[in-house]
Design a protein around this ligand. Structure first.
Ligand SMILES: [Zn+2]
Length: 314
């Protein structure tokens, strides 16, 4: 393709050498991020360019291609990794393993590349494209999945064609290895459509199934953990429900530090009474929403397959 010839041209942006968490870099983040820097001030721990990404990709066992110059490619360094966002390229429907490489690497009119850290070919080949920050999700509805806080994977797909199983296998494996590398639970793996209301991608992948498979890979493929086994039998808990399982939700929220004293201030017997209640009232739903936001889960206030694993995690 035409753009292949420009493969080795240096990309615009800040170079990795010299990145050392110095005041100079803090000023850099402040100047480019403004509001976001202040919002994330308490958890921000600046990272250098993520030059380990090719090694992480190789752990999947799938073939890896390092795009020339990837270690210094990015819109500045990657400030942090709190989440992973899965995309499809919406590229041409036919021909080639990863025809979208040039676009993902170099950008398109109106949006400079790199657009994501990884590309994923139809054969399961993983292209490592950038080690710095990429423009893959803005505006994000999740602070854990915006451009400054997450890694993007652009998988080749027209947006409607079936996914080859080998590509899906590589997709799940890459997400699992990234979770292991950055210490993230599978719940931090999101579809673009889950963290950006204007996006449809990646099409037709059930993300609950996808995350469940990633969780199994994270634990070493030893089969579902005890939490995953019991989660299958747990019901949805939503506003207005009255059941014993509501008490489980209350107990888990309390154990996770998500029940402030104000939550039970209005009860006669205080916390004990609050914990025994089998009623899913609006106060409980609000606490569930807070927990979901803290975990990077959609904050719908409903405890279901996406929330139970995080609540029960030991
Ligand atoms: Zn996308």
């Amino acid at each position: 393709m035409k753009a292949e010839a420009t493969e080795v041209l240096p990309r615009q942006g800040v170079r990795a050498p010299g990145f050392d968490r110095s005041p100079q870099w803090r000023d850099y983040f402040s100047s480019i991020e403004g509001r976001e820097t202040s919002r994330n001030a308490n958890r921000r721990c600046p990272m250098p360019y993520l030059t380990q990404l090719a090694d992480v990709a190789r752990r999947t066992g799938h073939p890896v291609t390092e795009s020339a110059g990837w270690k210094t490619r990015g819109h500045g360094p990657q400030p942090e990794v709190q989440g992973i966002v899965c995309h499809h390229t919406a590229g041409p429907p036919g021909g080639g393993d990863y025809p979208s490489l040039a676009v993902v690497r170099d950008g398109r009119p109106g949006l400079d590349g790199p657009l994501s850290h990884f590309g994923l070919g139809r054969s399961g080949r993983i292209h490592v494209i950038a080690a710095g920050r990429c423009w893959h999700n803005a505006p994000s509805t999740s602070p854990l999945h915006d451009n400054s806080s997450s890694i993007g994977i652009e998988a080749e797909n027209s947006g409607s064609q079936p996914w080859p199983e080998v590509q899906l296998d590589a997709y799940r494996s890459l997400c699992a290895e990234l979770c292991v590398e950055f210490g993230l639970p599978a719940s931090r793996v999101k579809a673009h459509r889950e963290v950006n209301t204007a996006k449809p991608d990646p099409h037709s992948i059930d993300m609950n199934d996808f995350r469940a498979a990633v969780a199994v890979l994270i634990t070493g493929g030893a089969g579902p953990s005890w939490t995953e086994e019991i989660v299958k039998d747990l019901p949805l808990i939503r506003l207005g429900d009255d059941s014993y399982d509501v008490k489980t939700v209350r107990g888990c929220l309390f154990a996770r530090g998500h029940v402030p004293p104000t939550a039970y201030a209005g009860t006669t017997a205080g916390l004990e009474e609050w914990l025994k209640s089998t009623s899913c009232d609006s106060g409980l739903v609000e606490l569930v929403r807070g927990f979901q936001r803290a975990e990077g889960i959609d904050d719908d206030g409903i405890v279901g397959p996406g929330t139970w694993p995080s609540l029960l995690r030991v």
